[in-house]
Design a protein around this ligand. Structure first.
Ligand code: GLC
Ligand code: MG
Length: 559
């Protein structure tokens, strides 16, 4: 084995907070449940499905944006940070939903979008009127370059220049995403105050925290210098990747803003801040801040979405990520989102079960994306139904996000019980058989596996908050130990579709109190597990993992 930190034990220092123990479930409101026959999900729809979520066994719900929005980027273009889009409901509806979530002992997190607003936001409308508008400096306006072109070479994440010319005042404004999503100027103290007031308003309304959209973009380098050219760019990559976003993202001042958010959240007690940050480990870890000056509680770790799906790559990634964390920093994991490709589409149906086990047994807070628990796979979106602006602007790259945003199929009735009309995006082709109602009673279903793993996590502190150690294992096998207060769990997963030995190295036995031990199977991705008896001797190690099998074993000393 070449990776180095095999034997490194990652101890959990705290583990007391709900957001450390808990599991977050991402709801994409447009596609969860429609209640008013417009083909788009809404807050009343979410409320009607809360029992499903409570019984699934998650702890917190994160809602993608529900604010008034022209929906150019489906809610990530906010026209009013303080209200609810009529498509989703209104504030009364929101308060009901929040109360219903809390009544079930769950938490509710909102999506906060600080980097940019919609061009329909009254702030921007006012900002663009004249060069001396009181809101002018709330956005980032610049003169053209001497040749009349944009002020610098920055490229929007959705393709094309990050600058849009505005005739009214003869200047360009900056937009990291669509031109209808102008970037806010976080160097302006009044804008800053206004955004802090937004956070306060929702915290006062009782929300339990925020997922903060593209946090690492929030402030740009003084002087807006050109970004360096990425020499490794190839034409199969997005236009964004032509440049290295050295001056447009991850600035030191952004960390100070994160610390300010944290101070505010902490003044409300038990709230959580989750920062959407796509950066390599060393720079990601900085977003935890320090013990004295903490930043976000959870800088989002996207590595499971990005790492090639094989044991060697995953081991290296997990070990590097764990090693990068500050001692007080709590890890987190994600395998799907409204932006990423569906996990079942990426790794296939059998490995989607292994992915479920991995997500729910690694050390750290998991975020589960709606629909992944029933294994929605690739959904081919017919060209005339594509809605994602990123896909429409850069077609042919396979980066479309609609395929992960299709409505939840609840049952086999018309429109899958999601709506009574044709939904805004098509359903998964196999919705008549792959739906929640079909999977609930089926003990072999992915949904049942998720439910049992979530229950296991709840009843075993070793999984929720225990220490973590990777264990040397056979090729294609990923194995680690979780330990808490005398309980020791071994998780072993076969990333291949062939039988593999469960040959666990000496490093594990060195950790155990005695040589002799037996194991009890607590969970398996295969039903029944390859290991036939419920108890097996781990020494000698003659056991095998079936194809695509993942196991959670409890190790017990023989007395
Ligand atoms: C985040 C969101 C994505 C959105 C982008 C711009 O990455 O997850 O959906 O398009 O920010 O707001
Ligand atoms: Mg609706």
């Amino acid at each position: 084995m070449e990776y180095k930190s095999t034997n490194m034990l990652h101890e959990s220092q705290s583990g007391a907070c709900w957001w450390e123990r808990g599991v977050i479930y991402q709801v994409y409101p447009r596609s969860f449940q429609d209640s008013d026959a417009d083909g788009v999900g809404d807050l009343a729809g979410i409320e009607s499905r809360l029992d499903y979520l409570a019984e699934l066994g998650i702890d917190a719900i994160w809602l993608s944006p529900i604010y008034p929005s022209p929906m150019a980027d489906f809610g990530y273009d906010v026209a009013d940070y303080c209200d609810i889009d009529p498509m989703f409901g209104d504030l009364t509806r929101f308060n009901r939903l929040l109360a219903a979530v809390h009544a079930r002992g769950l938490k509710l997190l909102l999506d906060f979008v600080p980097n940019h607003s919609s061009d329909q936001h009254p702030w921007f409308v006012e900002s663009r009127v004249s060069r001396d508008s009181p809101k002018r400096d709330w956005y980032i306006w610049r003169d053209s370059a001497p040749d009349g072109g944009p002020p610098n070479n920055w490229i929007s994440d959705f393709g094309g220049s990050s600058w849009e010319w505005d005739d009214t005042t003869g200047q360009y404004y900056l937009h990291a995403f669509l031109k209808s999503q102008p970037d806010l100027n976080w160097r302006n103290p009044d804008l800053r105050d206004a955004m802090m007031a937004v956070l306060r308003l929702w915290l006062d309304r009782g929300v339990d925290g925020f997922r903060i959209d593209v946090l690492w973009h929030i402030i740009k380098a003084e002087g807006l210098p050109d970004n360096p050219i990425n020499m490794d760019w190839t034409s199969d990559r997005t236009q964004r990747d032509r440049l290295i976003q050295l001056y447009s993202t991850d600035q030191p001042e952004a960390h100070a803003i994160a610390a300010e958010f944290r101070k505010l959240a902490d003044s409300y007690g038990d709230r959580v801040l989750i920062g959407e940050i796509c950066l390599p480990d060393d720079r990601l870890a900085r977003w935890y801040g320090s013990v004295d000056c903490p930043q976000v509680h959870l800088p989002v770790n996207f590595h499971l979405v990005e790492t090639p799906w094989n044991a060697a790559s995953l081991k290296r990634m997990i070990s590097d990520y764990e090693a990068s964390l500050p001692t007080f920093g709590w890890p987190n994991w994600v395998i799907g989102s409204h932006d990423a490709r569906r996990i079942a589409a990426r790794v296939g149906e059998a490995q989607a079960r292994v992915a479920a086990m991995l997500l729910l047994t690694l050390r750290g807070t998991p975020t589960l994306y709606q629909g992944d628990e029933i294994g929605i796979g690739e959904v081919v979106i017919p060209p005339d139904r594509v809605r994602d602006p990123q896909d429409l602007r850069q077609p042919g790259l396979g980066i479309g996000r609609d395929r992960s945003r299709t409505p939840i199929p609840w049952d086999a009735s018309a429109y899958a019980g999601f709506s009574t009309v044709d939904p805004w995006l098509p359903l998964n082709d196999d919705w008549r058989v792959r739906n929640v109602a079909a999977q609930l009673p089926d003990s072999n279903s992915l949904l049942s596996l998720y439910r049992s793993l979530l229950a296991l996590r709840r009843s075993h502190d070793a999984l929720a908050i225990g220490d973590f150690m990777l264990i040397d294992s056979a090729d294609d096998v990923l194995a680690y130990m979780r330990r808490y207060a005398g309980e020791c769990l071994l998780i072993a997963m076969n990333l291949s579709d062939k039988t593999r030995p469960l040959s666990i190295s000496q490093s594990l036995f060195q950790l155990l109190p005695t040589d002799a031990c037996v194991a009890e199977v607590l969970a398996s991705t295969l039903i029944p597990p390859t290991i036939s008896s419920s108890k097996l001797a781990l020494r000698p190690l003659d056991a095998a993992l079936g194809p695509n099998e993942g196991l959670v074993l409890r190790l017990k000393e023989i007395r």
